[in-house]
Design a protein around this ligand. Structure first.
Ligand code: ISE
Length: 337
């Protein structure tokens, strides 16, 4: 393909609008040709500044536009299944923001529909896999220099949760990332989840179980724990330490610019994920555009999206039932290696 990839962006909210900006200003080899949102005014507002870009309220209508070669789904999770199936019907490659879909049953339907096509069509937006620190951590583990990984300690902190955040969403919306990085770093599926609930922070909205402490067991025998704290008030922090037989590897210390002045030293803490993972989002999108133009599909797959949904479903049950819950996973189809 020599012409730029024409992308329909579905969902013109915070993430969708940011992806439109990224395609227009950062990524090479692509342009936004359609924007879709249930809110026609919002779609129009995001599409208007982009040359030749049309605005729509129906994803399928946008996919039928002649210069749409690929689809980026950034609408809310419950709308993903319909958009994914429409993209399959139009034979278009997709970058789908996480979650693939909100629950394992719908993720399995998407998995089956993609299998029926006989080839991969979807890259799931687990952008941490494109973060330079996470890729270095994985590379170190892969050399085997530190020995076999035994544990992964994760910390995931947000400044404040959105008004619609529920206790389950700490797992399904936030810890979904650690479900994916644990599987990706260790190369094993997560088999069971336990969730502990400390007394909530007084800064947490009434009724929100925040923070939570999550423990994943993996098929390889290694453990991965996650402190998820979405009203920590001071900054956005994502850290991980892999403990191996002969050493440890740590990321996320956030040592960017450090200043020393007036008897103190220090730096700044990012305030949200678009800032902390800006590089990862750029690399993810460029990798998708490049692969799509080569006629390939790379990166996190529909299987990865489904597996994360299955782990999160077990996690949500573990949270509410106060017990260890095993992950129910379908057989991994040959299409996903
Ligand atoms: C949000 O949806 C994300 O994906 C962020 O990366 C995560 O830190 C946050 O907790 C989620 O709500």
């Amino acid at each position: 393909m020599t012409a730029p990839l024409g992308v329909a962006v579905i969902g013109a909210g915070r993430m969708g609008a940011d992806h439109v900006r990224r395609i227009q200003e950062v990524v090479s080899g692509a342009r936004v040709t359609a924007v879709v949102d249930v809110d026609a005014d919002r779609a129009e507002a995001v599409a208007a500044p982009v040359d030749g870009c049309t605005a729509h309220t129906d994803p399928a209508a946008a996919m039928a536009v002649a210069d749409v070669d690929a689809v980026l789904i950034a609408s809310p999770g419950p709308a993903h299944e319909e958009a994914l199936l429409a993209a399959f019907a139009h034979d278009l490659p997709v970058l789908c923001e996480k979650p693939l879909t909100p629950d394992p049953a719908s993720a399995l339907r998407v998995l089956e529909a993609e299998q029926a096509l006989g080839r991969r069509r979807v890259q799931v937006g687990f952008m941490r896999r494109y973060d330079p620190e996470y890729t270095r951590l994985r590379a170190v583990l892969e050399t085997g220099r530190l020995g076999r990984p035994l544990m992964l300690h994760n910390r995931h902190r947000n400044v404040a949760s959105a008004s619609f955040f529920t206790s389950s969403m700490l797992i399904s919306d936030s810890v979904a990332h650690e479900a994916d990085v644990t599987r990706w770093l260790f190369g094993h599926e997560i088999t069971a989840v336990t969730v502990l609930r400390p007394t909530p922070s007084s800064a947490a909205p009434e009724g929100l179980l925040d923070p939570q402490f999550v423990v994943f067991e993996t098929a390889g025998g290694a453990l991965s724990d996650v402190e998820i704290f979405v009203n920590c008030q001071f900054g956005y922090e994502v850290q991980a330490e892999a403990v191996c037989e002969r050493g440890t590897a740590r990321i996320g210390a956030g040592h960017g610019l450090l200043t020393s002045t007036e008897g103190r030293w220090g730096g700044a803490i990012p305030q949200d994920w678009t800032e902390r993972f800006a590089d990862a989002y750029d690399r993810q999108l460029q990798a998708w555009v490049d692969a799509t133009r080569r006629g390939e599909v790379t990166g996190p797959s529909t299987w990865d999206g489904y597996a994360a949904a299955a782990v999160c479903a077990a996690g949500v049950r573990a949270l509410h039932e106060g017990r260890r819950v095993e992950v129910e996973l379908a057989e991994r189809p040959a299409l996903y290696g």
